[in-house]
Design a protein around this ligand. Structure first.
Ligand code: PLP
Length: 426
């Protein structure tokens, strides 16, 4: 089923034409594209795991190294981009990216760490309301985190963890099923914690609706946006989400293991009742260096920071966020829908029984990733694709995940991928 109202065509000239008409095609040049042995560009469809390196990262990092080398500790204050306020521009850009107010976002730590930190205020189980709702096939780290939190509070994951499943024979979890589960069990659910876009199926959840129904039953609602940030349009503030966490090394291209993001809704920004783990970097900036014994939080998300921020990682993120700021998520999502729609069309045109797409066809319910289920030996197929210059990802038991990323992938990448896929299917 076509979703983008575009008359896609199977011949190569269509890809050439689409690339020539692409208003944001020039951004590919801002990234290093991994090369094959023969010197040609790889078809890099792995932005869902590690985004490519912006060429500007090097100069951002070198600036920090230079300032550190020439001025030592003075770099905190007396350089062009003082480290003391290095995060401020990131906060502005991040707020725009996720549809938040600056007071609602911060960059800190890494993803799983932030998920745990956010469960301190937002998972407060009681004997009658102690459950956490997650989605079936949630990312392993999220499953471990929520289970360990349940245990930490003296409850049993067997009793307190609910997984919402797709229906028998289906892959996508229906919103109405999520709703009816929350309607039925909401009184015992303390926290709803779903992936904004599920890493395995590529399904984007209806965050606004789920948050609304969750709140109506008295649940708190958070999302893991690892596969959503930089991929789909987000309006975290308007959707009234309590908290969200994400990493920045996938679609946000800030480099392996780089610094992560965190959103806490403004309505919680002055709530001193919320339990929190504290550190000096969350302390009122005016008096932080008086080193007093009593913690006084910065208002909003920044008050949840613990430690001195890693400036080198922030520099890498800054290079990438500058590009996002320039392009804007609206233009990215517009190209993304066309590009992924084209990929979907070409895969359908292969008309093979041994492949099927499990990602939703509705462009509101997905980002750029398509998850392709392979009948037969998918791992062998994945190896063949790799040896022919495609970088994509294999997930047990039977799925290849491909993500044409609108920032740096082309329609020609999609065309070539589909030709290689077709040639290697049994
Ligand atoms: C990538 C990913 C992670 C990884 O967490 P790190 O703490 O950055 O290692 C966790 N959860 C989800 C949903 C992810 O997609």
């Amino acid at each position: 089923m076509l979703t983008t109202h575009m008359n896609y065509k199977t011949d190569k000239s269509f890809a050439v034409e689409m690339d020539s008409k692409d208003p944001i095609s020039k951004y590919r040049e801002r990234f290093y594209i991994p090369k094959q042995k023969n010197g040609e560009d790889c078809i890099y469809f792995c932005g869902h795991s590690l985004g490519l390196q912006p060429k500007s990262v090097r100069s951002y990092i070198e600036q920090i190294l230079k300032d550190w080398g020439t001025l030592g500790v003075e770099g905190w204050f007396h350089v062009k981009n003082p480290w003391m306020i290095y995060d401020q521009i990131l906060i502005e850009q991040t707020a725009k990216l996720v549809g938040a107010k600056p007071i609602e976002v911060v960059v800190m730590n890494s993803l799983t760490v932030n998920l745990h930190l956010m469960m301190v205020p937002f998972y407060k189980p009681t004997p009658s309301r102690n459950k956490i709702l997650i989605e079936y096939h949630a990312f392993s780290s999220d499953q471990y985190a929520v289970k360990s939190q349940i245990q930490f509070h003296g409850f049993e994951p067997k009793m307190s963890l609910i997984e919402i499943h797709p229906r028998e024979g289906e892959d996508i979890i229906r919103t109405e099923d999520i709703e009816s589960l929350i309607e039925k069990e909401g009184d015992s659910i303390a926290l709803i914690m779903l992936g904004g876009v599920n890493y395995y199926t590529g399904q984007a959840f209806d965050m606004e609706r789920i948050t609304g129904i969750g709140h109506s039953k008295g649940c708190l609602v958070g999302f893991d946006l690892a596969h959503a940030a930089g991929n789909i349009l987000l309006k975290l503030h308007d959707w009234d989400i309590d908290f969200a966490v994400w990493c920045s090394y996938k679609y946000l291209n800030s480099g392996p293991g780089s610094i992560a993001g965190c959103f806490i809704h403004e309505k919680h920004s002055n709530n001193s009742e919320l339990p929190r783990f504290t550190g000096w970097w969350g302390h009122n900036k005016e008096t932080r260096f008086l080193m007093g014994p009593n913690f006084e939080p910065i208002e909003g998300a920044e008050g949840w920071q613990l430690s001195t921020p890693p400036i080198l990682q922030m520099a890498a993120l800054r290079a990438s966020m500058e590009i996002f700021d320039e392009v804007g998520m609206e233009r990215l999502k517009a190209k993304s829908d066309l590009l992924t729609g084209y990929l979907e069309f070409l895969i359908d045109e292969i008309k093979s029984e041994s492949i099927s797409i499990i990602t939703p066809w509705d462009i509101k319910r997905r980002g750029c990733q398509l998850s392709i289920r392979i009948q037969g030996n998918g791992k062998v197929l994945h190896n063949k694709l790799t040896s022919q210059g495609v970088i994509c990802d294999w997930r047990e038991p039977d799925v290849i995940r491909v993500a044409p990323v609108p920032l740096y992938n082309t329609f020609m990448d999609v065309y070539k991928f589909s030709e290689i896929l077709k040639a290697n299917i049994e």
